[in-house]
Ligand binder design. Structure first.
Ligand SMILES: Cc1cc2nc3c(=O)[nH]c(=O)nc-3n(C[C@H](O)[C@H](O)[C@H](O)COP(=O)(O)OP(=O)(O)OC[C@H]3O[C@@H](n4cnc5c(N)ncnc54)[C@H](O)[C@@H]3O)c2cc1C
Length: 410
């Protein structure tokens, strides 16, 4: 008789629900615990490219995801008066352009995957793992609420600042890159169009506004700072930092700051962008997935890698795959090792972020900003002539993942 295996997954953003989807499709019982009281809606438009898009296809979400897209028509750099410095229209394929063709709010993608899994997966919000005991043939998790859950596998998909990771694999090297990003949802005005508008100011500060499909506008304040730990401050302290940092910035920065004062307080997600490196991603029957394992930093590859990682982990664990039969402890270990072996090269390429590139994207001086605007203007006009070639050259590396084929045998 085949026993139903049980995976306890911590984190209900992208990686966790995507894994629940893939494991449930292979006959696993799945439980997801999420620290937040409900699915988190914050965040901006994210691009799902290349292999990430192929995973959505294989999850049968390809049609639903574009329907939930934001209709963004491209990326426009603007000057202090809002006039265009350069324009990069949305890409036409899986992976092209500043705005990819499959471009969706992070919260919408999370909701779509949650909707597809809520009948097959038990979701426990407002809950988190406090303690893990690995018995060799299974793991017992004690939750904050006191309950104990037995599982064959525990998957930690809690993002960059994961706490459960520290219980099992405490050697994570967290490298803050100095880029601080605040994501806010603000009221839309009649002047907001379908372009992603990006304004840079001296002092390595930028403000950007993007359309969404909810009748609001997604704002991003991003700046370079040597001060570390801003991500751990509470909301009031982060708002103070943002107000002081942007006090003299023009264009739409005053409007974004004003939204922070609104009665209900604009939803705010503050991220001190960091990379995570670990010598290994699993120990015994606990494994890390997504940003908790390999956060790559600022270039938007996190979601693509989370989807691909979930697909590969489930595929390697799945009974019925061509490559794995994980009916005992040794096979689980083999599957976890194969998952790591397959994902490491893609993660390594995506983590190859040059600090100089971050500085070039966020110039410190007015002279540096003037140079950046000239270069962007040139690139923008070249892109209208040599669009396809430039898009190929600018494609992020994470999309070049070759997906293995795994059979579904639920
Ligand atoms: C609210 C939010 C907004 C974001 N906005 C953007 C954006 O605008 N642009 C962008 O490029 N990336 C954004 N990201 C990051 C992006 O989602 C990830 O880089 C990528 O999708 C990989 O996702 P992940 O599932 O591995 O981790 P994450 O998306 O970071 O999700 C981790 C999940 O685990 C939960 N969690 C954390 N600790 C615990 C715990 N101890 N117990 C249980 N649950 C826990 C978190 O609440 C969260 O739901 C955002 C992430 C979040 C959480």
């Amino acid at each position: 008789m085949v026993m139903t295996r049980h995976a306890l997954i911590s984190g209900a953003s992208i990686a966790g629900p995507a894994l629940a989807h893939q494991l449930a499709a292979r006959g696993w019982r799945t439980t997801v615990v999420e620290r937040a009281p409900r699915l988190r809606d914050e965040g901006q438009n994210i691009d799902v490219r290349g292999a990430g898009r192929e995973v959505l296809r294989r999850m049968d979400l390809e049609d639903a995801a574009p329907a939930a897209g934001t209709g963004e028509v491209g990326l426009r750099f603007v000057d202090d008066d809002g006039a265009a410095v350069a324009e990069f229209p949305a890409g036409r394929g899986d992976s092209a352009g500043g705005t990819a063709e499959m471009e969706i709010l992070r919260g919408e993608l999370s909701r779509l995957i949650h909707e597809r899994t809520r009948d097959t997966t038990e979701y426990r919000f407002d809950e988190q793992i406090r303690e893990l005991t690995d018995h060799g043939d299974g793991v017992t998790a004690r939750l904050a609420g006191g309950e104990e859950i037995d599982a064959d596998l525990v998957v930690v998909a809690e993002g960059t600042r994961s706490r459960t990771r520290d219980l099992v694999l405490p050697d994570a090297e967290v490298t803050e890159l100095g880029l601080q990003v605040a994501y806010l949802t603000i009221p839309r005005t009649n002047d907001d169009d379908r372009w992603w508008r990006w304004h840079s100011a001296p002092g390595s500060r930028s403000t950007s506004l993007r359309p969404d499909n909810r009748g609001t506008t997604r704002a991003m304040l991003a700046f370079l700072s040597d001060v570390r730990g801003l991500g751990e401050l509470d909301r009031d302290a982060q708002v103070t930092v943002l107000r002081r940092t942007y006090a003299d910035v023009g264009w739409q920065a005053p409007r974004v700051l004003a939204a922070l004062d609104a009665d209900e307080g604009a939803s705010l997600y503050f991220d001190a962008v960091a990379q995570i490196r670990l010598p290994r991603w699993s120990t015994g029957r606990t494994v890390l997935l997504g940003d908790a394992a390999w956060a790559t930093g600022p270039f938007g590859t996190g979601t693509t890698l989370a989807l691909v990682g979930a697909y590969v982990l489930a595929g390697e664990l799945g009974a019925g795959s061509d490559t794995a039969d994980t009916s005992d402890t040794a096979d689980t270990a083999t599957a976890l090792a194969r998952y790591e072996e397959r994902m490491r090269p893609f993660v390594a390429r995506s983590q190859d972020v040059k600090p100089a590139a971050l500085r070039a994207m966020n110039p410190r001086s007015a002279a540096g900003l003037a140079v950046q605007r000239r270069v962007l203007g040139l690139a923008g006009s070249l892109s209208s002539v040599f669009g396809g070639v430039l898009e190929k050259l600018s494609s992020p590396r994470a999309e070049a993942v070759q997906l293995p084929d795994y059979r579904l045998t639920a």
